[in-house]
Design a protein. Sequence first.
Length: 381
Amino acid sequence: MISTVFNNTIGSPYDFAITRLTPQEEENILSGLFEQLLIFDKITISTNRVSFPLIFLLDKLGINKVEELIERGYIHFIIWTPVLVTGIGNRNEDGTNNESAMFGQPPLAAGSLSDEDFDPENNIEKALTLFGFHRDRKRIFKRKASKNFIIPNGMEFSSDSANFVINAYKQNNLAELGLPYLVEPEQLNLQQRSLLLHLGSKLLETAVLSKYNFKSYENYEHYKICEHNLKNIGDALKVSTNTSQILTIENIPNLKSLYLNEKLDFDKVIKIRHLSTAKYFRKWINQVSENYNAQEITREYINEIKGNSKFFESNSGKFIRNISLFGVNTALGAAIAGPIGIAAGYGLGLLETYWLDSILKGKNPSMFIDKIREEVENTED
């Protein structure tokens, strides 16, 4: 299964103006993108009506590099079309806020960006107009980039989320999240409405992530109202953490540090990520991170390097080892090294299946780490 991570760090999808970033914020965004390119198959970047994420990428990476990342299918964009807002009352002439005007009004209003705002070509054009690219160059880029846009049904997502969270409030299901059912929704004060909006926004986010099977760096576990959406949302932070721990074992800085310290750049990322060893590592780290904790994964990684896996001490392992000694492991190997579901028939766990891959197919996760080390050492020479 292809691993796709959701990246919403380049500004906010809810912004209606160009985001102002500090140099440190810019470096953090780029180092995060650098890491994601190596540990996930695809990156889907949330963008807004002013197309700030594309503006940022064009400015920092250049149009040719961005076009290459798009054309290779490494990055995609999702225009954040859902809109969820709350009323705050009326503004008085002296600048103060008259909150009484909001009482009796629905606590949340659902909406969507306009047709013009979520048209991919219009969105791309807003970014390109800020640069002095030739008309033909813009046309070619726009044609390629527009194919990599996702347009969710904004009104549907925002309406469903608003209705769901309001009903959850009326059933007193938000009490443990700080919003007990004490008054009717229309009588909530400004602070309560802000909390309801926050919870509704989290519900909306998880609904979108769930629909498209994105992995997320954010932990939604403590939002009980989102639990029905979480089954389709992978934990991107766990994948990142587990990769960093493996690199630590190998005495290599984590991927973000390698970028920040100028040991590797985006040219090296593209060179490395299409290698079969990199593809294998991405598949391995994403699948095992869903089922095992960091301690189990790092232990198995060390066992693979040292050849100390305890698999062959199990009954299934002894059976396969004995057959292989008689030289008939080829047919059996083909069966075991196939889909994980087939290997399960032999009583093999996920880690054991990947361990067999290293024997029968000559692949293991350390090959990717070795390539990272090689590129870093070449840079230092």
